[in-house]
Design a protein around this ligand. Structure first.
Ligand SMILES: [Mg+2]
Length: 266
C-alpha cells in the first residue's frame, strides 16, 4: 500500500457493499472518488481469497484484503503481481474435523458448504460456474448450512472445547479458529504495515462483523431491507454504531461520503 492516508475504510462485502445479487453499482462512483483521494478500501469478508482477488480486479482495488472472516490477510507487493500473506487461522482440514466432532456432540449433522452439490450451492448462494469454484477455495474456515436455532445454541456451548468460534451469516454459518476474527485481522494488518495511528472506518451488516465494528474508530451498520441485523442493534442503541440511511451500496456510499467529507481535509 503506497499511501499515507490517516483513514482506512474496512468493509464487509456480502450484504454490506453488495446486495443479495452481489451488485455494488450504486457505490462505484464513491469507490473512484476514494481512489482519487488515496483512501484505502480494504475488503474484510467471509469470502475466499480467490473470490476477493476477482472482485478487486473487477473494481480496480489495490489495497490489502482480509478473507475467510479474518482468518487470513493478503496484499500486493509493489509490482502488483506477487502477494504477501498473514495467517491467523487454523487449516480447513483441522476445522473440518472440529465440525464433525461438533456434529457428534449435538447429534445433528452440520453440513459443510463444500459437501453440497453444485445445484444446491447455486440455490443457496445464487453463484454459478467459476463463482462456485472460487467460493469453495477455502483454506482457513469452514462455512456450513445454518442449523435450526436450538442446535445453533447447543453448538455455541461446545465452541470453547475446540478453541473455535462460530458466526451466523445470512446464508450460512462459519466455523473458524478462536484466534481469528475480523477485528483481530485489522489489528494485525495495522501492525504489519506499521500504521498504529490509522483510523478505521468499518462497515458491516451481520453478526460476523461485530468484532470489526467493535474494533473500529467509526462503525457503520448497513441495514437490510427490513432494518439492521438483530446482533448489531445493541451497538446502534448505545450510540456506538451509526446506522446507514439505506441498505447495501446506496447506504454504503452515503455513509462513507459524509464521514470522509466531515473528517478529511480535501
Ligand atoms: Mg455481510
Amino acid at each position: 500500500m503506497s499511501n499515507n492516508s490517516n483513514f482506512w475504510i474496512v468493509t464487509d462485502l456480502d450484504g454490506t457493499l453488495m446486495d443479495e445479487n452481489y451488485d455494488i453499482s450504486p457505490a462505484k462512483e464513491t469507490l473512484k472518488w476514494l481512489a482519487k483521494l488515496s483512501i484505502p478500501v480494504i475488503p474484510c469478508t467471509s469470502k475466499t481469497a480467490s473470490e476477493v482477488r476477482y472482485f478487486r480486479n473487477e473494481n480496480k482495488l489495490l489495497d490489502p484484503f482480509i478473507v475467510e472472516n479474518g482468518s487470513a490477510i493478503y496484499g500486493s507487493h509493489a509490482n502488483q503481481i506477487d502477494e504477501w500473506e498473514l495467517i491467523l487461522g487454523r487449516s480447513y482440514k483441522q476445522l473440518r474435523q472440529v465440525l464433525s466432532s461438533l456434529s457428534n456432540d449435538v447429534s445433528f449433522n452440520l453440513t459443510p458448504l463444500n459437501d453440497l452439490k453444485t445445484n444446491e450451492i447455486h440455490n443457496l448462494t445464487g453463484l454459478a460456474g467459476y463463482e462456485i469454484s472460487r467460493a469453495l477455495d477455502r483454506h482457513w474456515s469452514v462455512p456450513f448450512l445454518n442449523p435450526p436455532e436450538n442446535i445453533y445454541e447447543k453448538i455455541m456451548f461446545y465452541c470453547n472445547k475446540y478453541n473455535v468460534h462460530i458466526f451466523k451469516g445470512n446464508r450460512m454459518s462459519h466455523l473458524l479458529c478462536v484466534n481469528s476474527h475480523k477485528g483481530k485481522a485489522v489489528n494485525k494488518l495495522k501492525e504489519y504495515l506499521q500504521k498504529p495511528n490509522v483510523r478505521i472506518i468499518a462497515l458491516g451488516d451481520s453478526q460476523n462483523d461485530l468484532p470489526l465494528l467493535e474494533y473500529a474508530d467509526i462503525s457503520i451498520v448497513i441495514p437490510g431491507r427490513n432494518g439492521p441485523n438483530k446482533y448489531l442493534t445493541d451497538g446502534i442503541n448505545r450510540g456506538e454504531f451509526i446506522l446507514a440511511n439505506a441498505p447495501h451500496a446506496v447506504g454504503w456510499a452515503d455513509s462513507v461520503k459524509s464521514i470522509i467529507l466531515n473528517n478529511v481535509d480535501i
